[in-house]
Design a protein around this ligand. Structure first.
Ligand SMILES: [Zn+2]
Length: 142
């Protein structure tokens, strides 16, 4: 059995070295779909649920949305992006580092692993970068 909860957040980023317009600083309203799977809980207050939507919301909100929303997402290993992040941090503005380029592909995989590390039985993460483009990460699919 699977359940999915959908979130949105706004972030800025750029892809240094990109051969098109994404090399410029810009923003997205990301839509995040988190799928969790498991057997139905058989008794108690959560009977008939895989996971309480309220509990799912709490974890995703705390570990992902609160950290990425209205933040500058950047590749910590890229000098230019790191410089921008340091400047913003100097002005107490919000940043969020990744270990790779901040593409939807990298972000969906990163979000999956962050949630997994917080004991969420997550099986798939789909991240919409625009209303017509998404990346999906499922561990067995790669
Ligand atoms: Zn972009």
């Amino acid at each position: 059995m699977k359940v999915v909860k959908i979130f949105t957040f706004d972030s800025s980023h750029l892809l240094d070295g990109h051969d098109g317009k994404c090399k410029n600083l810009h923003g997205h309203t990301y839509k995040l779909e988190v799928e969790v799977s498991g057997e139905l809980i058989e008794s108690g207050p959560k009977e008939g649920m895989v996971l309480d939507f309220g509990d799912l919301k709490k974890i995703v909100q705390r570990e992902i949305i609160d950290k990425m929303d209205h933040a500058f997402l950047y590749n910590r290993l890229n000098e230019r992006e790191r410089s921008i992040a340091q400047m913003l941090e100097g002005w107490s503005m919000k940043t969020y580092p990744l270990e790779q380029r901040t593409t939807a592909e990298v972000m969906s995989k990163h979000i999956f692993h962050v949630l997994k590390a917080h004991q969420l039985p997550v099986t798939r993460v789909r991240l919409w970068e625009t209303p017509t483009s998404y990346s999906e990460y499922e561990p067995n699919v790669g």
